[in-house]
Write a protein that binds this ligand. Structure first.
Ligand code: ADP
Ligand code: MG
Length: 697
């Protein structure tokens, strides 16, 4: 593709979307599929057969030979197993291409090695995948990808999609109850809308391959600060270099083909850091598309002799990568429920949804914190670049003033000079905030949506959205219970909004979230400050969180315990791999190199001394190098010993050990190694340094 005029044809060309279905399915099958999407009715096998046949026809015309049930196990990545369409005929001497409704609807991957947190007993180790007809099938390479959910035969969910779909249903049900109270009889469904902005780094592949830490851990475990980093702010939104531009163009094409609405691309704060943002869509599609985008980012990079790093913190001392989860609720009639309206009634409705959100975030702050807690994100949250680990909501000046006025019963406009009567008065206009003026807030209202900014760049966006949807469902259900029973809707609505905002005001913070003063203030307000994964994850199964998810049928208590176990185990595994890699690099690369360099220095010193020549420099550098080499050898040994002594207790105990002991030692080893890098002759240093890596493309 070269001309932009071809983009409309390119877009979605590899997607079995609604348009293709309308063209290729029988009217009856198409209608049944629509009904299934709109009303959640089951599809019978004849319809499934019909759809499968059409899918196969369409796919094989495009050279496809295989199909795969594409699912999202609790690893946070996607999984796929490819089956070809071939079916033997004439005693196996020939084949035809076949794909049945049964194969479309259900699959059985040998999934016994996916993490289940103990949910699947060995006697029923197999799980099955089931087609998600609300997300379109698509072609990648020579396979037809069928988005599926993954569960066990006893019905426990083993993936990230099934609970997301459940949470979407639940928030819809509760939001519709509220809309009915406001006289909306038209809307039939409310759907969370999500746009996930994705940050990433691009490195030259040759430089990448020379670093074991990058290859095994996706981040550098060593590396002194380069003379130039991001200080000049010359990279942010800077001109995109040709090699990167070529990559981005290629990536866009791949994304468009599979229907991802890739919209913006630009350079980010750190050198070599970039961002891609799609246009928002329903949360389920957004989640699938974000997974797809992450896969394609890596694949396309490979073709360009580049490597795409999605890790939250590939380099110490320069900005890490996050993912902003833009979230709102929209009706099937096209109304955004977080858009301040033009009439008093619309505004009252907006304020009620806003109050529900504020109450939800305040009550479930620890849960939200848990959904972004994992080893990689510990390097960002609270580390002077990403939002702090304390959750708060930024409303901006205009909306903040409205909320203050409601709480205090004060005049809300200078012009009007009267107290705000919700449902009677029109709000002062609340402009769309496109200014990004408060980058420090973990959850910012940006005019018609909330932007959850604590997500890490590698993570699936499912978890945070499951929590946002379910928390919102809970608050809306409480509001609906109360208002449905009311005989004075206007009066009680006023009271409810005012009461809620007053009670949960502490979660609103419009200032600078990076300041130490805020952390103190937050503690005074009683907000949670769960600084690390090890501190956060034990709260995942707090009674109020279990109550929330079980009440809304999103998770059972066992499913939550299983998820918690998987997340804690994952933390331990990541730390173990990182620490082991560190030891390996120290033992086999850094220590030999610095010891070698030390020896050279000593020889030189010896020669100079013998000749009676000045050798102050050689003396001092040899001293520093040999001293630090010893210290580094000591800490390497300490780390090895600590790794051999991981306690055999519960996963939670191990997680604390990894955090308190291993992580702390890794920090010490790194400081020493980085100091050595700075005094070692470049020719002796065993792998590319930050200057090379960060400015490699
Ligand atoms: P900014 O980050 O500068 O505010 P935008 O407002 O354009 O940029 O959007 C950032 C992301 O939010 C994009 O992915 C966009 O599609 C998404 N977005 C915009 N409006 C909504 C909405 N109502 N609901 C969910 N996501 C939205
Ligand atoms: Mg943004």
């Amino acid at each position: 593709m070269s001309k932009t005029t071809q983009v409309p044809e390119l877009f979605g060309s590899m997607v079995f979307n609604e348009e293709v279905m309308r063209q290729r399915l029988s009217p009856a099958s198409y209608k049944a599929w629509r009904k299934c999407i709109e009303e959640g009715t089951a599809l019978d096998l004849t319809i499934a057969n019909d759809i499968a046949e059409a899918m196969k026809q369409w796919a094989t015309e495009k050279g496809v030979t295989h199909f795969t049930h594409w699912f999202q196990p609790m690893t946070g990545y996607t999984a796929e197993k490819h089956d070809s369409f071939i079916t033997p005929v004439e005693g196996g001497s020939k084949v035809v291409m076949e794909f049945s409704g049964k194969e479309l609807v259900r699959g059985e991957p040998d999934a016994s090695s996916f993490p289940s947190g103990g949910l699947r007993a060995t006697f029923e180790a197999r799980g099955y995948t089931a087609w998600d007809p609300t997300s379109f099938a698509f072609i990648k390479g020579t396979s037809l990808y069928i988005p599926t959910v993954f569960c066990s035969y006893s019905g426990e969910v083993l993936d990230k999609k099934a609970p997301l779909l459940r949470s979407m249903d639940e928030v819809s049900r509760q939001a519709i109850r509220i809309l009915r109270l406001f006289g909306d009889t038209e809307s039939r469904r409310v759907t969370p809308q999500v746009g996930a902005e994705q940050e990433y780094f691009l490195l030259d592949k040759q430089a990448f391959l020379k670093r074991e830490d990058l290859r095994l851990c996706g981040r550098t475990l060593f590396g002194a600060k380069p003379p130039k980093g991001q200080e000049l702010d010359d990279h942010y939104f800077g001109a995109i270099r040709p090699r990167v531009a070529a990559y981005m163009r290629d990536l866009d094409e791949e994304l468009w083909k599979v229907g991802v609405l890739s919209k913006t691309k630009h350079n980010e704060v750190a050198p070599s850091q970039h961002e891609m943002a799609p246009i928002y869509s329903d949360a389920n599609t957004a989640c699938d598309h974000n997974q797809l985008a992450m896969d394609l980012m890596k694949e396309v990079a490979d073709r360009h002799d580049l490597v795409c790093l999605l890790h939250e913190k590939p380099f110490a001392g320069v900005n890490g990568s996050g993912k902003h989860d833009n979230w709102s609720l929209a009706t099937d009639t096209g109304k955004n429920l977080f858009k301040p309206g033009k009439t008093p009634s619309q505004n009252a409705q907006f304020l009620l949804f806003l109050a529900a959100f504020i109450k939800g975030v305040d009550e479930y702050q620890k849960l939200l914190r848990c959904t972004v807690a994992f080893a990689g994100n510990d390097h960002r949250l609270g580390a002077q670049e990403a939002p702090p680990a304390v959750i708060s909501i930024f409303l901006g000046d205009e909306l903040g003033a409205v909320v203050d006025a409601i709480i205090s019963g004060r005049e809300y406009t200078d012009a009007g000079k009267k107290t705000l009567e919700i449902g009677v008065d029109v709000l002062p206009s609340i402009p769309m905030d496109n200014t990004d003026r408060n980058r420090t807030s973990p959850l910012a209202f940006t005019g018609n949506k909330f932007e959850f900014r604590m997500l890490g760049s590698t993570q699936s966006i499912a978890g945070p959205n499951i929590a946002l949807n379910t928390m919102m469902a809970e608050e809306l259900s409480q509001f609906a219970d109360r208002l449905e029973a009311s005989s004075d809707f206007q009066g009680d609505l006023q009271k409810l909004i005012r009461e809620t905002l007053t009670e949960h005001r502490r979660i609103i913070f419009n200032g600078n979230g990076y300041e130490a003063a805020w952390i103190e203030e937050a503690e005074r307000r009683g907000l949670a400050n769960l600084k690390t994964t090890a501190e956060a994850l034990p709260h995942y199964t707090d009674p109020e969180h279990v109550a929330l998810f079980t009440k809304h049928g999103v998770f059972t208590a066992q499913e939550m315990a299983a998820r918690q176990e998987i997340h804690m185990e994952n933390y331990c595994t990541v730390l173990s791999i990182e620490a082991t890699t560190m030891v390996d690099m120290l033992r086999h690369e850094i220590l030999p190199a610095v010891s070698n360099y030390g020896a050279v220095l000593c020889n030189r010193l010896h020669t100079l001394k013998e000749a009676g020549l000045p050798c102050r420099y050689e003396q001092s550098i040899a001293m520093r190098v040999t001293e630090k080499t010893d210290a580094l050898a000591d800490i390497t040994e300490e780390l090895e010993t600590a790794l051999a002594q991981v306690p055999s207790g519960s996963t939670e105990e191990q997680m604390h050990y990894y955090h308190n002991v291993i992580f702390a030692l890794m920090g010490k080893a790194r400081v020493l190694a980085d100091e050595m890098e700075q005094i070692t002759d470049r020719d002796y240093w065993p792998f590319p340094t930050y200057s090379t890596l960060l400015f490699s493309v």
